[in-house]
Ligand binder design. Structure first.
Ligand SMILES: NC(=O)c1ccc[n+]([C@@H]2O[C@H](COP(=O)([O-])OP(=O)(O)OC[C@H]3O[C@@H](n4cnc5c(N)ncnc54)[C@H](OP(=O)(O)O)[C@@H]3O)[C@@H](O)[C@H]2O)c1
Length: 347
């Protein structure tokens, strides 16, 4: 059977900006017949995520991330439907997912590496399992629960950077659901700011590309910042940390502003900011959602329930077509998405 797939055709280098041309779509033939234990799946949705920037490097500098190989198919979070099965627990028509879904239209996969999905949990909106009801929603939920120290009724202010993205938009809403009384987002366009406030219940949002972030933060967080959900690092984080309260907490989710630079993760703070952090006893512990696998199942159920109840708004930006996957990745890395960036491969 002839299928399409996307391979990594060139590397941007550790300091280069990724471009869609780093990827190439090609046709290949896969076997018509499957073996015992295997399933043939048709891909429905692919996820593109910031961590993939490291997979484009020859060496990812992270033990839990494998580099993509040149001329080989890329992979990441994906969802598909089983079209043929020789696996005891999967039948034709089942919806399945994996963190290592190949970027191809159809694939023959080992059934034991796939997780079955229940579409009823998301009212049939399967792509949510890659976003607000999947790994980015879990990152927001578990990041806040494990590292945020949110105390209901304590009048805490949470600030979220990268606030209109997949993790950020969930984090602001979950910060409120978990008990923060003031939620302020930082993002890159006026349109995103207005969506955060009008649709997602943020109290205020700052466009970091306009005006002075520190000044706006001072106005919008008069009681200081108690919890900071950090998706971006760099100057934005320096401005937030400077306004954090004594004994406050940083949820160190990601540092996307630094991903096109060679660095150790997490990058150390600038000396003056580190001094503030220490003097105010602000925690900044590394957080990785994959370290909490035992909490994923219950977390997904909680996220699905909030989405059904309308308490958690799950925005998506959908790009159509396998050949657009590289372009969707580049667009997400440069702010083209609102909420979770999804690639629709087939319906
Ligand atoms: N710790 C974990 O386990 C874990 C799990 C998943 C994701 N993450 C991290 O969480 C962060 C968000 O991931 P996501 O999947 O939710 O992506 P996302 O926020 O949906 O998309 C990336 C967003 O980052 C913003 N951005 C890009 N360059 C920036 C810069 N130089 N300065 C400020 N903002 C910039 C852009 O929005 P603007 O328009 O606002 O610039 C863009 O839309 C990433 O750092 C990722 O690595 C961590």
């Amino acid at each position: 059977m002839i299928i399409q797939r996307v391979v990594l055709s060139s590397r941007p280098g550790k300091t280069g900006v990724p471009v869609p041309e780093n990827f190439q779509t090609e046709e290949v033939t896969i076997p018509d017949k499957i073996q015992e234990g295997q399933v043939c799946v048709r891909t429905l949705y692919l996820s593109v995520d910031p961590y993939m920037r490291y997979r484009m490097n020859e060496d990812t500098d992270a033990e839990y991330l494998q580099a993509w190989q040149l001329s080989e198919v890329a992979d990441g979070g994906g969802i598909g439907i089983v079209e043929d099965s020789k696996h005891t627990h999967l039948v034709k028509g089942d919806f399945v997912t994996s963190f290592n879904w190949p970027w191809q239209t159809k694939a023959i996969l080992d059934g034991s590496l796939l997780q079955k999905l229940n579409p009823q949990l998301v009212d049939g909106h399967l792509s949510h399992f890659l976003g607000a009801a999947g790994i980015t929603g879990l990152t927001a939920l578990l990041g806040i629960r494990e590292k945020g120290h949110v105390i209901p009724g304590a009048n805490q202010t949470i600030v979220v950077s990268g606030a209109a993205g997949a993790c950020g938009s969930s984090a602001g809403q979950i910060g409120r659901l978990e008990g923060c009384s003031r939620v302020v987002g930082i993002t890159g366009t006026d349109e995103k700011c207005s969506i955060l406030v009008s649709e997602m219940g943020f109290d205020a949002a700052i466009n970091y590309k306009k005006g002075n972030v520190a000044e706006q933060l001072r106005d919008l967080c008069p009681a200081g910042v108690d919890v900071y959900f950090d998706n971006v690092g760099g100057d934005i984080s320096d401005a937030v940390i400077s306004q954090m309260n004594q004994n406050s907490h940083i949820i160190l989710c990601g540092q996307i502003s630094q991903y096109n630079k060679p660095m150790i993760y997490p990058p150390p703070l600038a000396p003056a900011i580190e001094e503030i952090r220490k003097a105010r006893n602000i925690t900044r512990e590394r957080f990785l959602v994959l370290d909490y696998m035992d909490k994923h199942e219950a977390g997904v159920l909680q996220l699905c329930q909030w989405i059904k109840e309308g308490k958690l708004k799950a925005r998506e930006t959908v790009t159509r077509g396998l050949e657009k996957t590289g372009a969707a990745f580049q667009s997400m890395m440069t702010g083209g998405n609102i909420g979770k960036q999804i690639v629709l491969i087939s319906e």
